[in-house]
Design a protein around this ligand. Structure first.
Ligand code: HPA
Length: 282
C-alpha cells in the first residue's frame, strides 16, 4: 500500500495545485467541533473532499469534509475541516493521505487539533492541552501509516519520533496562551482505535502508562508529518473528564453530544490561540 498511497497523494496534490493560489506553507487539521477557524481564512477557495482525487469522504457529525485554502494572518494555509479516522474503516494510509498531499503541495508545518478525554486529574472539560508526546496504541500494534514499502522520496524507512512535537512551536503556543490569558496544559496524548469510549479499566491503564488525554485521531497524521519532515504542533481540546475524581465513584458517562458541545465552546479559545501562533509565522 505504501507506494500506491504516495502516488495517490501526488495525484491529489496536482489537483489542488490548480485550485489554490500560493502554495500553503502551513497545514491545519481542525478536529471535532473545531472547524470555526476556517472562517478566519481570507481569499479562500474551498474544495470538497468528494472532489479531490482519492480522498475518502468525511462522514462523522461535527466534521464538514472540505479543504479551505487561503491566508490566515498573512500565512498561506490549507485547513482541513474534517479528518479521517481509523474507526470509520479507513486504512491508516488513507487517514494520512491529506497530510502527504499538503506536504507535497509545499506545507512545512502541521498544526493538528483534536477532541480528547482528560485523564490527568488537573484537567477540566473545555480546557486545552498542547501535546508534548504521544502513545500510539494502534500504530505501535501495526495499524501504522508507514506500514508497507517506504517511499524514500517522502521520508526514511525508520523515522525517529524523539522530537515529534516541536519544542519551539510548543513554546510559542504557551506564549500565545499567556498573552491571551487562556489556560494551556501540556501532556501526553494516547490514541485508541475507538469508536467506543474506553472502559473504566482501560482508562486506569492509560493513566498508569503515562497518558494525560485520550482520543481517536492525530497520531497517524503526526507520524506521516514527521516522516516527511514537517514541524508539528498539536493541541487537544479536553471535551470530557474520563476518570472519576474519587476512585469509589462511578466514572462519568461520556457522550458524543457532550464532546461536540464542549469542543465548540473551547474552539473559540483554540481559534484565538492558533491564530496568534500563526501570526508569528508570517
Ligand atoms: N475517549 C476517546 N476519545 C475521545 C474522548 C474520550 O473520552 N473524548 C473525546 N474524544
Amino acid at each position: 500500500v505504501g507506494a500506491e498511497a504516495s502516488a495517490d497523494a501526488r495525484t491529489a496534490a496536482d489537483f489542488l495545485r490548480q485550485h489554490s493560489g500560493a502554495p500553503p506553507r502551513l497545514a491545519i487539521v481542525l478536529g471535532t467541533g473545531l472547524g470555526g477557524l476556517a472562517e478566519h481564512i481570507t481569499g479562500s477557495s474551498v474544495v470538497s473532499y468528494a472532489d479531490i482525487p482519492h480522498f475518502p469522504h468525511a462522514t462523522v457529525a461535527g466534521h464538514a469534509g472540505r479543504m479551505v485554502l487561503g491566508e490566515l494572518q498573512g500565512v498561506p494555509v490549507a485547513a482541513m475541516q474534517g479528518r479521517f479516522h481509523l474507526y470509520e474503516g479507513y486504512a491508516p494510509q488513507q487517514v494520512v493521505l491529506p497530510i502527504r498531499t499538503l506536504r507535497l503541495l509545499g506545507a512545512e508545518t502541521l498544526i493538528v487539533t483534536n477532541a480528547a478525554g482528560g485523564l490527568n486529574p488537573a484537567f477540566g472539560a473545555g480546557e486545552l492541552m498542547v501535546l508534548s508526546d504521544h502513545i500510539g496504541l494502534a500504530t505501535m500494534a501495526g495499524l501504522n501509516p508507514l506500514r508497507g514499502p517506504n517511499d524514500d522520496a517522502l521520508g526514511p524507512r525508520f523515522p525517529s519520533l524523539t522530537n515529534a512535537y516541536d519544542a519551539n512551536l510548543r513554546a510559542q503556543a504557551h506564549a500565545a496562551a499567556r498573552a491571551l490569558a487562556i489556560p494551556l496544559h501540556e501532556g501526553v496524548y494516547a490514541m485508541v482505535g475507538g469508536p467506543n469510549y474506553e472502559t473504566p479499566a482501560e482508562l486506569r491503564f492509560l493513566r498508569a502508562i503515562g497518558a494525560d488525554a485520550v482520543g481517536m485521531s492525530t497520531v497517524p497524521e503526526v507520524i506521516a508529518a514527521r516522516h516527511s519532515g514537517m514541524r508539528v504542533l498539536a493541541i487537544s481540546c479536553i471535551t470530557n473528564v474520563t476518570l472519576p475524581a474519587d476512585a469509589n465513584e462511578p466514572p462519568p458517562e461520556p457522550s458524543h453530544a457532550e464532546v461536540v458541545a464542549n469542543a465548540e465552546r473551547a474552539g473559540i479559545q483554540l481559534t484565538a490561540l492558533v491564530e496568534r501562533v500563526v501570526a508569528e509565522m508570517a
